[in-house]
Design a protein around this ligand. Structure first.
Ligand SMILES: [Zn+2]
Length: 464
């Protein structure tokens, strides 16, 4: 048999050492000392797992963050100014400084004039830690041209822009021109972590994003498999899987339920599930009401984040058969903030894991990068101990062992049933090779264990 790849001497998750032969992007055969010809990868007695899927990421924003000043965790004005001025040193004259992760504990929400004081001689666009808000200084505002301004641009009582732009990413891209962030760099970072698939959850993904991702996938710049969420204008593609229609509404400004139900109808006509951004419980209640109005949920409908869920809501979610895509690493990345700012009695409902899994919900995991770390191994560790970056514990009763959390990264893209991908003939040939045994991994999950990553039988990362 001629194969695209033969992985030799791999330890299977169920035990035993096997060779795995890949043809046409799928597993053709598994056995000991297979008689097959083709390029070989010697797994050298390491563990072979299905490749991990990050079920919730924002690819372009994460790629852009790889070259942005990171302000996260800085809680004083002086620290923020220092970080901005350091980052500015390496930029070419006139280039705009992009900063992310701004924490309003530093200086509340500054306006253009405040930012001019922080960085007077260079255009600056600074994103807050939630990703909903961009803050621009005067030089950056000049590049936006003149009004009339769309709703996303906040104006003062005289109608002048304040420099605050709410959920205006698409409009900003249009006005400032899309500098393509380093997606190839992100693709190789993800490969180094054993990630073979990602779901981009951008609510505004439509024809132009589809064209961009088609190109990134065809050129191999993005070596992972991609599922793209988006709005009703997102076309189908030979390169990516068209995912659910994304419903993104803000609790402070919810549209009439009929409007959302109509969008759910459109998703059904397009053969798509829906995915709703649900941070607060009222957003969750609203989503379920909209689903009921639109004739009910269907398999693959999903709740993104599920950040706050009271015990009483869990049976409701189970009854609707909704999947939840959670972010286990948030406990590490954001836990200290939650412990400092969220009311004590509400802490138990934050980023639940074990209680949802025990209730029989279909859980999957994503990073929500760039708003959290995209390292799934850090997330497994955070799920295991529920420890924050400062070492405090958040919701210890929600902790789950690595063996229970890992399947959240092994779910197929569709989430329509709650299976985990396995290594068997006919399955897609997406793998990661992990140093050590399953027990070693359970004891100490760490990105350093990833020894190789394979997508469709192509090795996209190896240090074997
Ligand atoms: Zn997100």
């Amino acid at each position: 048999m001629i194969c695209d790849l033969i992985i030799r001497n791999a330890v299977m998750p169920v035990g035993g050492i096997c060779d795995v032969a890949v043809a046409n992007g799928r597993i053709a055969n598994i056995g000991s000392k297979l008689d097959a010809k083709g390029p070989e990868l010697d797994a050298a007695g390491n563990l072979l797992l299905p490749g991990l899927i990050d079920h919730h990421i924002h690819l372009l924003a994460t790629a852009a963050r790889l070259e942005s000043a990171d302000l996260s965790g800085l809680v004083s004005e002086d620290e923020v100014i220092r970080r901005l001025r350091e980052a500015e040193q390496v930029l070419a004259a006139g280039a705009m400084l992009r900063a992310t992760g701004y924490d309003e504990r530093a200086f509340d929400l500054p306006d253009s004039r405040d930012l001019d004081r922080w960085l007077p001689d260079r255009p600056l666009r600074m994103q807050d830690r939630t990703g909903a808000l961009w803050l621009l200084n005067g030089l950056a505002m000049e590049r936006l041209g003149t009004g009339p301004w769309p709703d996303c641009v906040e104006v003062d009582e005289r109608g002048e822009p304040t420099g605050r732009i709410w959920r205006g990413d698409a409009w900003l891209r249009e006005r400032l021109g899309a500098e393509l962030p380093p997606v190839a760099k992100l693709g190789s970072e993800l490969a180094r972590l054993g990630i073979t698939g990602v779901t981009d959850t951008g609510a505004a993904n439509g024809p132009s994003e589809a064209a961009l991702f088609n190109e990134l996938l065809a050129s191999g710049e993005l070596p992972q498999k991609l599922q793209l969420m988006g709005d009703e204008t997102l076309p189908v593609s030979d390169h990516f899987r068209r995912g659910p229609l994304k419903l993104l509404y803000d609790e402070r400004d919810l549209p009439p339920l009929e409007e959302v139900a109509r969008r759910i109808d459109i998703a059904r006509e397009q053969g798509r599930a829906v995915a709703a951004h649900c941070i607060t419980e009222s957003e969750l209640v609203y989503f379920i009401a909209a689903l009921d109005l639109a004739g009910g949920a269907r398999p693959g409908d999903r709740i993104e984040h599920g950040s706050e869920i009271s015990g009483a809501m869990i049976p409701e979610i189970v009854a609707h058969g909704l999947a939840i895509v959670t972010h286990p690493a948030f406990v590490h990345d954001r836990g200290d903030r939650y412990l400092d700012t969220v009311a004590r009695e509400e802490l138990g409902g934050l980023y639940r894991l074990a209680s949802l899994e025990t209730a029989g919900l279909c859980l999957a995991a994503g990073s929500d990068a760039p708003y959290g770390s995209f390292d799934p191994w850090l997330a497994l560790e955070a799920a295991k101990y529920r420890k924050t970056a400062q070492g405090r514990v958040l919701g210890v009763s929600e902790a789950m062992a690595v063996e229970r959390t890992l399947p959240l990264y092994l779910r197929p893209f569709g989430l329509s049933d709650c299976t985990s991908r396995t290594i068997e003939p006919g399955a897609e040939a997406d793998f990661c090779v992990i140093e050590g045994s399953l027990q070693d991994l359970a004891d100490c999950p760490d990105a350093g264990r990833v020894a190789a990553t394979i997508v469709d039988g192509k090795v996209i990362y190896t240090r074997l």
